[in-house]
Ligand binder design. Structure first.
Ligand code: SAM
Length: 280
């Protein structure tokens, strides 16, 4: 990361904070001012801008404001993820998928649709793909996985499907061998049989029109995302997701996230091992 030496004043921090909030729902509290300063100083360097006020004006008024907004989102989002993140929760996910498959019965036309909302660099949807291959070997059951994120940068990386050993730390040697090709000392590429199960989309969970592009899901995983939102943004994102689920569909949040005091749209059906919600 490059440092320009520019200081983010309280006044400009507040303007940037509001702009980011309006676009993405992500809320930067006063304690996170330094984090924002660090994350955005690279943009000042790239654009050759002397201070954050000029950067704010560039975002608001320049010809390139749409492109720069995407760069802003790439810079300020926290994209931490890994393969097989929170395995106890994924075990519940497989159990739920078994129920969904059973409910679909012998309907040969029925596709089971799963959405990894805010999928970052793709580890979550590809983990789902591997879990499906391992648990539902019959070619008669059709699955479709969608992965989406607000950041174009992470989606580009998801589409490439190339990963280092750190993000693969929870993958067993057998699964690594079966579903990845080693392309370098520390680099692995996800195999096409998993890749082709997933389609990636640029979707902002705050944006009704954006979210409407994706619908009729049996299961949605929206893990470790709403933690960055305030209560109002959480409600907006969850309401949008609710509309994208089939009646009876399931929603998984991250293990530290909850809909308590956010919305009563969903019925809480899992507790303890994982917060699990159902659309009635
Ligand atoms: C910490 S990652 C979580 C990745 C994955 N779901 C997991 O649990 O491992 C959070 C992701 O949420 C995305 N995000 C943040 N705000 C968003 C929004 N308004 N709409 C869609 N994605 C958003 C970020 O770009 C980031 O990639």
């Amino acid at each position: 990361m490059e440092y320009t030496g520019a200081i983010l004043s309280d006044d400009v921090f507040n303007k940037l904070k509001e702009l980011i909030y309006e676009i993405s729902g992500i809320y930067f509290s006063g304690q996170k001012k330094y984090l924002l300063e660090t994350r955005l100083s690279k943009r000042l360097s790239v654009l050759n801008l002397p201070n954050f006020e000029d950067y704010y004006n560039y975002l608001k008024y320049s010809h390139d404001k749409i492109l720069e907004t995407q760069e802003l989102l790439n810079s300020i989002t926290t994209n931490e993820t890994s393969f097989f993140r929170d395995m106890p929760q994924l075990e519940v996910f497989v159990d739920i998928l078994k129920q969904v498959v059973q409910a679909a019965g012998n309907n040969a036309y029925k596709k089971i649709r799963i959405w990894s909302a805010a999928c970052s660099t793709g580890e979550e949807p590809y983990t789902i793909g591997i879990l499906i291959k391992e648990n539902f070997p019959s070619p008669d059951i059709k699955f479709e996985i969608s992965g989406s994120d607000i950041s174009g940068h992470v989606l580009d990386s998801a589409k490439k499907g190339i990963y280092g050993s750190y993000t693969l730390r929870n993958v067993s040697a057998a699964v690594l061998k079966k579903y990845f090709d080693k392309i370098d000392d520390d680099l692995y590429r996800i195999k096409d049989e998993i890749k082709k199960m997933t389609a990636f989309h640029n979707v902002n969970l705050m944006d009704v029109k954006d979210v409407k592009k994706l619908n009729e899901f049996d299961v949605v995983l929206c893990r470790n995302v709403i933690i960055y939102f305030d209560a109002e943004s959480k409600k907006k994102a969850i309401t949008n997701i609710y509309e994208s689920l089939k009646a009876g569909g399931y929603l998984f949040l991250g293990h530290s996230e909850s809909l308590h005091s956010i919305t009563s749209l969903f019925k809480l059906v899992g507790l303890g091992k994982t917060p699990l919600y159902r659309k009635e």
